[in-house]
Design a protein around this ligand. Structure first.
Ligand SMILES: [Zn+2]
Length: 282
């Protein structure tokens, strides 16, 4: 066989394999995609099944719109649920843009805000678009399509908190025993309190590392209890805070999980189907 023919046949085989794996994925609707978007220095994650979406934080600017446009069905202009983990601009600014393009049914957020004009604009936008606001209780569990669950694990007490990072809404999403723990920007001391209060509720295959991998972002005992296979750090390239911090990285490395950094690796999708978990690079 000529060399050129062999190369063409190999390429065809790769193409066939790619098409076939997409066909299998497309014909297997019993699953959820969990995306962590590269939105620079901030957080934006999406749980999606078909036309059903939950967006957790919106990142620092309108780059979340490009990310959503890439993965949502083209005719879908409706997001069922938004969660704002805490009122910092690198989490809510993008949601102002999201609310201007998409119809949002409900937003979960704490009843504490910051004093900035952009936060006021965010609140005005929610009110003017009649988006239902819910303040979650740390014992809430939402039952999602296919029997998936979204647990609210934190905060216990938002009022009067000196550090808004520590009122971050913490969620655990689970589908058929595969879970993802999303820590918002919860810092070390509050992670310790979360571990003490809910030691049996935090195990997860995927963890969204808190606070962009800052020095105070990773509690070793909590991470050991979570025992993740994948650790995602949502962080901007060359950010002025120098996140992630080497000490946080060292604590994450102790778990021997696969680390995914949005600044170096870009956006990522986890496909969670019955008993399976697959990482897909975007
Ligand atoms: Zn943040």
């Amino acid at each position: 066989m000529q060399k050129a023919t062999r190369i063409i046949l190999t390429l065809l085989l790769f193409l066939l394999f790619f098409v076939w794996s997409e066909v299998i994925r497309g014909s297997n609707p019993d699953g959820y995609s969990l995306y962590f978007f590269d939105v620079g220095q901030g957080d934006a994650a999406l749980i999606q099944r078909g036309s059903y979406q939950i967006l957790i934080d919106g990142g620092p600017d309108d780059s979340v719109l490009t990310a959503l446009g890439r993965v949502m069905p083209p005719s879908d202009r409706h997001i069922e649920m938004v969660i704002l983990t805490h009122p910092h601009a690198d989490h809510y600014n993008g949601l102002i843009h999201v609310a201007s393009r998409y119809k949002i049914d409900r937003i979960f957020m704490n009843d504490m805000g910051d004093e900035s004009p952009t936060y006021s604009e965010f609140i005005r936008r929610i009110i003017s678009q009649n988006i239902a606001i819910s303040v979650p209780d740390p014992s809430n569990v939402l039952f999602l399509p296919l029997g998936a669950t979204l647990e609210f694990l934190w905060p216990y007490e938002a009022e009067g908190a000196a550090n808004l990072n520590n009122i971050s809404i913490v969620n655990r999403f689970c589908y058929v025993e595969k879970c993802a723990l999303l820590l918002g920007d919860l810092e070390n001391d509050s992670q310790q309190a979360l571990l003490a209060s809910k030691p049996n509720k935090i195990r997860a295959e995927i963890i969204k590392i808190a606070h962009h991998g800052s020095r105070n972002a990773s509690n070793s005992a909590l991470l050991q209890q979570v025992a993740p296979l994948y650790a995602v750090i949502s962080v901007g390239a060359d950010n002025r805070y120098k996140h992630p911090h080497p000490e946080a990285l060292a604590i994450i490395e102790e778990t021997r999980s696969v680390m995914w950094r949005t600044d170096q690796n870009g956006s990522v999708e986890f496909w969670i189907s019955r008993g399976q978990l697959e990482l897909i690079r975007h």
